[in-house]
Design a protein around this ligand. Sequence first.
Ligand code: ADP
Ligand code: ZN
Length: 436
Amino acid sequence: MKVPAWNPAVEFMAREALERVQLAGLRQTVAWALRTPFYRRRLAEAGVRHPEDISALRDLRHIPYTTKDDLRAAYPDGLLAVDREQVVRLHTSSGTTGMPTVIYHSRQDLDGWTELVARCIVATGAGSRDVFQNMTNYGLFTGGLGLHYGAERVGMLVIPASSGNTSRQVQLMKNFQTTVLHATPSYLLHLHAALASEGVDREQLALRKAFIGAEPHSEETRRKIEQLFGIDAYNSYGLSEMNGPGVAFECQYKTGLHLWEDAYVLEVIDPRSLQPCAEGETGEIVLTTLQRQATPLLRYRTRDLSHLVSGHCPCGRSHRRLARLTGRSDDMLIINGVNVFPSQIEDVLMKTPEVGTNYLIQIDKRGSLDRLAVKTEIYAKLFTGDPRTLDDLRERIAEQLRAAILVKPAVELHEPGSLPVSEGKARRVIDLRPAF
Ligand code: ADP
Ligand code: ZN
């Protein structure tokens, strides 16, 4: 089978050549960064005053990390590395974990970003014959415009639907025979539930693929989306600090997310010791931009957790792969002293056939004890009027959760459509415990 690729010369580049490209990009990035007061100070502390002070890629290790708090402290323009006249756009993060951060783009930066997104799209096997409906927010959030320009560059017919308005989404999908969707996984599950109420069934649609990202989701969730719609779903990872979508994406083989290493240096570190992880060990993803002029970022701590997939992908791309992201290092909940990741709860729920498409995790405190409640929608047909069926199911889910996370939650079963849905990133965890 021929492997489709947008930029084969770069995507299949030999590792040695790729590393030479990275070194040149790193030097250039240091030169850009030295134009900002923030990095001039930071780099001087590390003994880097000129781009030539970087003689090999491993010199990156002497450069201090940049954190989200650094970006917040430099807000709004302490990290701007070009004249304001050269800036053509800005984006901010969604603010999931606090004050949003801002990233500026020059025309060249936008062009580079578009190229990376085009590679991702083509790597999944999508192309100019596809009709692409972009269901993520067009605005400061990067998922809208980021995917939009990449898809246009590939030559797809783009429907800039933006997020929300589910019944219009369904009409657009039907009337224009959309073949490829981009949305958050939680929104796609909601959309599927809405198809029936809109009186549309799968056969009236022409869907074949979806790009899903912007929030953590399990393999079970991907499989559920694929089965419900009868399509292939590809994991898309990005963050506004690194442009947005287009950082790492699954190719048609879905064996992990290829990270474009001509555009980013990838490191995986232990978030406590800040030392590099051994190959294949899970840790925090740290990324350095190699092509971004207006807001260069050196060793940015993403707080996202993943590990490198070893071996080669059957597609033959030389760019290494990240495993599915398990969440953020600060997502971890400590419940009565036990560490719990929301993704572990999602895994159990999505493996339970009766469970529908939406769920919520709530933690509060009674006296000195934390209490965990897991609220999940189940299929309408299960509300038969016989309380025993529901009791059994509740107990079964609670037991499975206890086995997975070592905490037995109170499980609540809800009718489809009764838990709050978000048009953007899902808010799955409500922590009502006092801060101290
Ligand atoms: P915020 O960090 O405020 O949510 P962004 O819009 O920049 O703002 O979102 C980027 C973040 O979204 C990433 O750092 C990561 O935590 C999450 N994310 C994006 N894509 C994925 C994905 N495919 N899987 C898991 N998490 C993802
Ligand atoms: Zn591949």
